[in-house]
Write a protein that binds this ligand. Structure first.
Ligand code: AMP
Ligand code: ZN
Length: 135
C-alpha cells in the first residue's frame, strides 16, 4: 500500500485520531487551516469523489455532522466549513478521497473566498444543459 492516507486510515502510520469505525478514520490535519482542522478518511481507497462507492459516500455526511457537532461543543468554534478537493486543479494534493472539517471562529483566521463573477441567463442555461446531457 503506497497511498499515505490508506496507510493512515488503516492504522499503519500513527495519527492524531479523533474517531474510528470500520469504514472511516478522522484525523487532525498536520497543516491546519484553523484550530481543530480535521480530515475524514475512508479506509477503502478512492482517488476522489468520482471514484467513491455509494456506501462510503452515504456514510460521509452523517459522520461530518457528528464531528461538526462535537467541534462546536468541544472547541467552541462558531462555524464549520466542509472542503473536499477533487483533482490537482481543485487543490487536491493527496489522491485519496478526504473531507476537510475546518472549524471557523469569529475574528478569523480567514479562508480563501471567491469573487462572484457576472453571469448571463443564456450562459447558465447552456452550462446546466451541458452537465445534464452528460448525466
Ligand atoms: P488536499 O489538498 O485537499 O489534498 O488536502 C490534503 C491535506 O492533507 C492537507 O490539508 C495537508 O495538510 C494534509 N496532510 C497531508 N499529509 C498529512 C498527514 N500525514 N497527516 C495529516 N494530514 C496530512
Ligand atoms: Zn488511499
Amino acid at each position: 500500500m503506497s497511498c499515505i492516507f490508506c496507510r493512515i486510515a488503516n492504522g499503519e502510520i500513527p495519527s492524531a485520531t479523533v474517531y474510528e469505525d470500520s469504514m472511516f478514520r478522522v484525523i487532525m490535519d498536520l497543516g491546519p487551516a484553523s484550530r481543530g482542522h480535521a480530515l475524514i478518511l475512508p479506509k477503502v481507497h478512492a482517488a476522489d469523489l468520482t471514484e467513491l462507492d455509494r456506501r462510503t459516500a452515504e456514510g460521509v455526511l452523517p459522520l461530518a455532522a457528528q464531528i461538526g457537532t462535537a467541534m462546536k461543543k468541544g472547541l467552541g468554534c462558531d462555524g464549520l466549513n466542509l472542503v473536499q478537493n477533487n483533482g490537482a486543479a481543485a487543490g487536491q494534493t493527496v489522491s485519496h478521497f478526504h473531507v476537510h472539517l475546518i472549524p471557523r471562529y469569529e475574528g478569523g483566521p480567514d479562508m480563501v473566498t471567491w469573487q462572484p463573477q457576472p453571469s448571463e441567463k443564456e450562459e447558465l442555461e447552456g452550462l446546466a444543459k451541458a452537465i445534464r446531457d452528460a448525466m
